[in-house]
Design a protein around this ligand. Structure first.
Ligand SMILES: Nc1ncnc2c1ncn2[C@@H]1O[C@H](COP(=O)(O)OP(=O)(O)OP(=O)(O)O)[C@@H](O)[C@H]1O
Length: 296
């Protein structure tokens, strides 16, 4: 069954439209990246999935029901929203024990998740003294407590060092490989390209793309061929296609081999014949450029 289904989901705060008519599915067994520039509405959407915010319109279902109607919510969905939102005076173990107790989860899970996230050694230390990376791991431990089928992570790699980033990436891949649905937000395409199988891209609260990462890469990596020649006008006439720029021609419908063959036959010298592939990040920027709240 579809793990999360948003249908025409909308959220307004006064005059601000945070989420607008958003529909998408999150499926089990894969990592779905939830991508969008700052202020796109990712956190708002995640809060609505978790019943922390009420939609102004539309609906979002978790395993076929609104979150509030789940009988054992933590056994169904685990979430990391704000890693620093914990009681600083408690130890990591006590923090997790309190969550387990108030949700009817066995205390034995606490030791297990501490082990999974690599915090066993510091389990008795006060959470207030934790680094961001440790707080992030603790937040993930809390998300895993109920052994849920569905996991939500809001910008989990923000502020982490390369070791921490690699660890979270691997964990998310492992969770999906176990058949769980992993829904993770980010504003970085480069990050998602290495982790996600599927992408839901939003801008200004609206859906921009709902695609597999493979498709996105294939589409965006097509690029173009840049041709430079002292006889550029003749090249343009000869191949009959391409966009004229002052010092080069940009061709999207022919390969370098096709262009090179034609110009060689006609005896026209070339200064440059390059297949230019935009980076994934560039393709994503292009896709979301109309949805930026702030431009620098
Ligand atoms: N409680 C609130 N009251 C008023 N406006 C809000 C509230 N929460 C979010 N917004 C607005 O809704 C829009 C979407 O915000 P949201 O935090 O969901 O975006 P985001 O994609 O998670 O961005 P970021 O990556 O910066 O966290 C923004 O314009 C934000 O200012």
């Amino acid at each position: 069954m579809t793990a999360i289904r948003a249908t025409n989901l909308s959220k307004r705060y006064g005059a601000t439209v945070a989420v607008a008519d958003l529909s998408f599915d999150v499926e089990p067994g894969r990592v779905t990246g939830f991508l969008g520039p700052n202020g796109a509405g990712k956190s708002t959407t995640m809060r609505m999935i978790l019943g922390l915010d009420r939609p102004s319109g539309g609906s979002v279902l978790v395993d076929g029901r609104p979150y509030q109607e789940l009988r054992h919510p933590l056994r169904k969905v685990g979430a990391l929203l704000d890693a620093k939102a914990v009681h600083g005076g408690r130890s990591a173990r006590d923090h997790l024990l309190a969550i387990a107790q108030s949700n009817g989860l066995p205390a034995s899970r606490v030791g297990q998740v501490l082990e999974t996230v690599g915090l066993r050694e510091v389990a008795r230390r006060r959470v207030g003294g934790f680094s961001l990376g440790m707080a992030q791991r603790l937040g993930i431990a809390a998300a895993l407590l109920g052994d849920p089928e569905i996991l939500l992570f809001d910008e989990p790699v923000n502020g982490l060092d390369p070791d921490g980033i690699l660890w979270i990436r691997t964990l998310m891949r492992d969770l999906a490989a176990e058949g769980r649905a992993v829904f993770v937000s980010s504003h970085l395409m480069s990050e998602m390209a290495q982790t996600a199988d599927h992408l839901v891209v939003i801008g200004k609260g609206r859906l921009i793309a709902d695609t597999s990462v493979e498709e996105f890469i294939a589409r965006s990596s097509q690029g173009y061929v840049r041709v430079r020649s002292p006889r550029l006008a003749e090249v343009a006439d000869l191949i009959g296609t391409g966009e004229r720029h002052p010092d080069h021609l940009r061709v999207t419908t022919m390969s370098t081999l096709e262009i090179g063959t034609l110009t060689a036959r006609a005896g026209i010298p070339l200064e440059e014949l390059t297949h230019v592939r935009p980076s994934l990040e560039a393709a994503y920027m292009e896709l979301t450029k109309d949805s930026l709240e702030f431009t620098s």
